[in-house]
Design a protein around this ligand. Structure first.
Ligand SMILES: Nc1ncnc2c1ncn2[C@@H]1O[C@H](COP(=O)(O)OP(=O)(O)OP(=O)(O)O)[C@@H](O)[C@H]1O
Length: 386
């Protein structure tokens, strides 16, 4: 490499790194047999955000993704990363700056986990120490046990292999990450766990991520923005999950999001966005006669009993209170416990689930320290829905 081309190359690296927004301008992809996989797509995927492409099978999601790293060519239009046309960048160089995670981790079967993760850094000519340190850091970042690094892919579970796939894609710290159904091949429990961890990871690394899924729940949970495609590679709507739920652009979007659209909306709002009722509470050393009069005045079916730290001990209902001795302390009575604890950071869908199994008509809500801040009831949630 000459000095001049080396300088040009590092400028290219920098440019792609600085501005990683991805812009489709009138992009069409027609395969050689005439299939139109993507039609006149105009879409801007903001830098540092996670965009999910979702839609029915065959609607062009994977093709859209693979055009970004030139695994597919464009038939018409322009595709920019930052302000650079991807077709003007050497494909190999481009791919080293874009991490790619596939559905089945796509690991090399005869390389150890460490060697799999080190593929791109080796291609980039990093020295051994730097590679070793990077591999160790990534193994930790994706939550793998370090002892697994010496194993081969077939000695790992599906979930572990997906973590390795992610570590490999992140190895050279690319500004952009493409993910094609990364969690589809693992069982639902592992998937939920991986999704949560992945969200935490993204909060730290803030990459521009484009993820393909056909699972609308996954799209709404993970996406800062979601692009819903319909058959023939047409973009039906591109919006935040909240906007897709509150202002779907067409019947197709309504149908695709599904009948439980309202419940999904609840999942996007947190309890700390609501005005909570103060609720009816009594300290544990309160006597029965007084607790009874609180209940009668408030016309409530029960009361939340709090300990010295204002953590809820349980629900005391009217039936129990009615039969108790006037002078008894209320914490000597049988209190009903809640199966779930609700915190201010929980979403309203979790609140609804918790309320369904609550022994009383309300659920206490706690702050991060586990202290009582108020109550939520079904009526408040129903009002939020309408
Ligand atoms: N190499 C190819 N040659 C011809 N047609 C293709 C080729 N690859 C994909 N297609 C077609 O292009 C359309 C879009 O395919 P694509 O894989 O992008 O869809 P998808 O939304 O990712 O689907 P899925 O969810 O099933 O993976 C489909 O009709 C598919 O059959």
């Amino acid at each position: 490499m000459t000095n001049e081309s080396r300088q040009r190359a590092s400028a290219e690296d920098r440019d792609t790194h600085d501005s990683s927004a991805i812009v489709f301008e009138g992009v069409t992809k027609r395969y050689s047999d005439g299939t139109v996989a993507v039609e006149t797509l105009d879409l801007t995927l903001p830098a540092g955000e996670l965009t999910v492409l979702v839609g029915p099978s065959g609607c062009g999601k994977t093709t859209t993704l693979r055009m970004i790293n030139q695994l597919e060519t464009l038939s018409e239009g322009r595709l920019l990363i930052g302000d650079r046309d991807v077709t003007s960048v050497d494909a190999t160089r481009l791919r080293r700056q874009i991490g790619y995670v596939m559905q089945h981790s796509g690991l090399f079967p005869h390389k150890t986990i460490a060697d799999n993760i080190a593929v791109v850094p080796r291609l980039l000519g990093w020295d051994k120490t730097r590679i070793r340190e990077r591999v160790a850091a990534l193994v930790e970042l994706v939550g793998l046990d370090e002892t697994l690094a010496r194993r081969y892919p077939h000695q790992l579970s599906g979930g572990q292999q997906q973590r390795v796939g992610l570590a490999r894609a992140l190895a050279a710290d690319p500004p952009i990450l493409l993910m094609d159904e990364p969690f589809a091949a693992v069982d639902p429990i592992v998937r939920t766990h991986l999704q949560e961890e992945f969200l935490n990871l993204q909060r730290r690394v803030q990459k521009t991520i484009v993820m393909v899924t056909h699972d609308i729940d996954e799209a709404m949970k993970l996406g800062d923005r979601v692009a819903i495609f319909s058959q023939g590679g047409k973009l039906a709507q591109f919006d935040t999950p909240a906007r897709l739920l509150s202002a779907p652009a067409s019947e197709f979007v309504v149908d695709f999001i599904g009948a439980d659209r309202e419940l999904r909306r609840l999942a996007l709002e947190r309890l700390d966005s609501m005005e909570l009722d103060a609720g009816l509470t009594a300290p544990r050393d309160e006597i029965v006669a007084r607790a009874r009069s609180y209940l009668q005045q408030a016309g409530s079916g029960g009361i939340v009993v709090l300990d010295e730290q204002r953590a809820p001990l349980g629900w005391l209902d009217w039936e129990t209170l009615k039969q108790a001795d006037d002078r008894a302390r209320i914490d000597s009575l049988p209190l009903k416990a809640w199966r779930h604890r609700l915190y201010l950071h929980d979403n309203l869908r979790s609140a609804l689930n918790a309320l369904i199994s609550s022994p009383g008509e309300v659920m206490p809500v706690l702050n991060a320290q586990g202290r009582y801040v108020g109550v939520i009831d079904q009526l408040q949630l129903t009002r939020r829905l309408s």
